[in-house]
Ligand binder design. Sequence first.
Ligand code: ASP
Length: 221
Amino acid sequence: MDGRDLSCGAVAGTTVAKNPIKAARRVMTDTPHVLLAGRGADAFVESIGAELATSDYYWTPVERARWQQFRARSEAADRSEPDDDHHGTVGCAALDRHGNLAAGTSTGGLEGKRPGRVGDSPIIGAGTYADNATCAVSCTGVGEEFIRRAIAYDVAARMRYGGATVDEAVAAQFEDRLQQPGTGGLIAIDRRGRIVVQFNTRAMARGLADSSGRVEAALGP
Ligand code: ASP
């Protein structure tokens, strides 16, 4: 999503795109639509000559091992170790030197989801939002909770309508709206370059960088 003019694009349920964010960008720039899903999204990805990948491309030994663990736990109906790390999602929120904000989020979705299920990542206002007037936001976690509460938009709305700072707007999500531990996390940046990261999972891998030379990476709290 481009915070300059609220233009945005998304794909969901695509099985062929190697780089879903690039495909989402083409939805934004080449169509009058915001979100393409399923077979239509695949046909669009193929029609624009985007790089394609089969599911084998994503089927790494680490992912295979995770999937096998997930299957074993599900079959044993073992809820003792809920996996709240949501490791499949990559999101970014950025501010350029002209004051333009942008956000993007890409995910394989929650482990064990039903075919056809769409999470929050491609839903503008739920998992992704950017508006030059306020902030850019990218979320990760249990998508249903982020969709229900329009979390990414709510961060921006608290700033726009309530005069909250980005820190206050993000903190409010976890105090009032995503209280259940393990729900997820988000990154946000405001138009002055203030970056906020918050999550209620055990960890959230993240990296922060700015033009002052700040470069940070972290996993845990
Ligand atoms: N938010 C993503 C979804 O619900 C999953 C994730 O962040 O891991 O599909």
